[in-house]
Design a protein around this ligand. Structure first.
Ligand SMILES: NC(=O)c1ccc[n+]([C@@H]2O[C@H](COP(=O)([O-])OP(=O)(O)OC[C@H]3O[C@@H](n4cnc5c(N)ncnc54)[C@H](OP(=O)(O)O)[C@@H]3O)[C@@H](O)[C@H]2O)c1
Length: 339
C-alpha cells in the first residue's frame, strides 16, 4: 500500500456476487470548500449497508464502483475545506454520509459540513457511531413527518432493533405512549427503554391486542404495515421505513416517469387501505442532517436517550459484522471499531 492509499471495505458490483472485500483505495486529499476530511474511529452498521450491494437501491442511490460500504461514522477532523466554519482540525464529530455516494468503512472519509455534528462528549466513538442513521430516521419520522404530540399513542414494532431501541426512547422523550413488538428474549430490553405495552410476537399478533393508535412507524417488512392500519384511529399516520415506496418519494427525488409509475403501483394497495380508514400513508427515506444530529446530541448528553449496542467488531472483522447484522437479530446496534 502506498502512502496515498487507505484500506476500505468495498463492493465491486451489484447483484448476488458483489465481491465485498478490503481494498486499498486512494486516500481522499482534495476537499470541496464545504467538506471535512475525517479520520474514522468507528462505523455504525445499518441493514441498508447489506442491501446496497445487492442492487436493490440502484435506481435510487448513486455510487461509483468499487464503492465503500457504510454511512454512519464517528471520528476526528484532520482537514477542512476553505469555506468550513462550524468545525476545525482536531474536532471529534459524528455524521451520516448516507446518500452522498461516499462510504464510511475506511480509514478516512469525506463528510459534508452540513452532515456533521460535534460528537457528544459523554459518548465514546463507538457509541457515537451507533447513532446517526437510527437517530435521524427516528427524528425525521416522529417529529418532522408525523409531528408527534405528547399523549399520543405510537406503535414502534421491532423495538429491539437499531431503529426500535432509539425510536422508543425518542417517542417517550416526546411524551408519547409507546407500544412495541419483540420476541420473548428481548422483552426486558424493550421495557427498559420505556415501552409501555410490549407484544411478544411469538405469542400474540399485535393487531389483535392494540387499538386506538395515532401513529405507526413501519419497521418490519411483509404484511405488518397493512395489518397496522387496523390499529389506527381515523386521522392518524403510518410512516414506513421499509416501503412500499410511493409516488411522493419518487417525486421528491425527481426520479423518472417510469419509477414514479412503478412506486405508485407498489403503494397503491396500502394507500387505498389507509384511505378507507382515514389514515395517511407515507414512505420515509432518511437524509443526512448535521443540525438535527446536534439536537439529538443534546438528548444523548443529558442521557434522555442512551445508545444500545449489541456487538462491536474490529475493522478486520467488518464483513463478519455485516453478516451478523444481516441475520436480522441484532439487539440495538452493531459497530465496527476502526482505531
Ligand atoms: N427508510 C429509511 O430511511 C430507513 C432508515 C433506517 C432503517 N430502515 C429500515 O428499517 C428496518 C429496521 O431497521 P433496524 O436498523 O432496526 O434493523 P435491525 O437492527 O437489523 O433489526 C433487528 C431487530 O428486528 C427484530 N425483528 C425482526 N423481525 C421482527 C418481527 N417480525 N417483529 C418484531 N421484531 C422483529 C429483531 O428482534 P427479534 O430477534 O426479537 O425478532 C431484531 O432485534 C430495516 O428494514 C431498515 O432497512 C429504513
Amino acid at each position: 500500500m502506498t502512502k496515498q492509499n487507505m484500506q476500505a471495505l468495498t463492493f465491486k458490483r451489484y447483484g448476488k456476487s458483489p465481491d465485498v472485500g478490503f481494498r486499498a483505495v486512494p486516500r481522499p486529499t482534495e476537499l470541496k470548500a464545504d467538506e471535512l476530511l475525517v479520520q474514522v474511529h468507528a462505523v455504525g452498521l445499518n441493514p441498508i449497508d447489506n442491501m446496497i450491494p445487492t442492487g436493490m437501491f440502484k435506481p435510487v442511490l448513486q455510487f461509483q464502483l468499487p464503492a465503500t460500504i457504510g454511512s454512519d461514522l464517528a471520528g476526528v477532523v484532520i482537514q477542512v475545506g476553505s469555506q468550513v466554519t462550524r468545525f476545525k482540525v482536531g474536532d471529534a464529530i459524528f455524521a451520516s454520509i448516507f446518500d452522498t455516494g461516499k462510504g464510511a468503512l475506511a480509514e478516512f472519509a469525506v463528510v459534508a459540513e452540513s452532515a456533521a455534528a460535534l460528537k457528544p462528549a459523554r459518548l465514546d466513538f463507538v457509541e457515537a457511531a451507533s447513532i446517526p442513521m437510527v437517530g435521524l430516521t427516528s427524528w425525521q419520522a416522529l417529529k418532522e413527518r408525523a409531528d408527534i404530540q405528547s399523549g399520543q399513542k405510537v406503535f414502534i414494532p421491532a423495538g429491539s432493533g437499531g431503529i426500535g431501541t432509539f425510536a422508543i426512547q425518542l417517542a417517550k422523550y416526546f411524551g408519547a405512549t409507546v407500544a412495541t413488538t419483540t420476541s420473548s428474549k428481548n422483552l426486558a430490553l424493550v421495557k427498559s427503554l420505556g415501552a409501555d405495552q410490549v407484544v411478544d410476537y411469538t405469542r400474540e399478533e399485535f393487531d389483535k391486542v392494540l387499538k386506538g393508535y395515532d401513529l405507526v412507524l413501519g419497521t418490519v417488512r411483509g404484511d405488518a404495515i397493512e395489518k397496522s392500519v387496523g390499529i389506527l384511529k381515523p386521522g392518524s399516520k403510518i410512516v414506513s421505513l421499509v416501503g412500499p415506496l410511493d409516488k411522493a418519494f419518487a417525486e421528491a427525488r425527481r426520479l423518472n416517469f417510469l419509477l414514479k409509475f412503478v412506486f405508485g403501483l407498489m403503494s397503491r394497495k396500502i394507500i387505498a387501505l389507509s384511505k378507507k380508514r382515514f389514515v395517511s400513508y407515507s414512505f420515509l427515506f432518511v437524509r443526512p442532517d448535521g443540525e438535527q444530529l446536534s439536537e439529538i446530541s443534546t438528548l444523548l448528553e443529558t442521557e434522555q436517550i442512551k445508545p444500545v449496542i449489541d456487538k462491536v467488531y474490529s475493522f478486520a472483522q467488518a464483513k463478519e459484522a455485516l453478516d451478523y447484522l444481516a441475520q436480522g437479530r441484532a439487539k440495538g446496534k452493531v459497530v465496527v471499531k476502526i482505531v
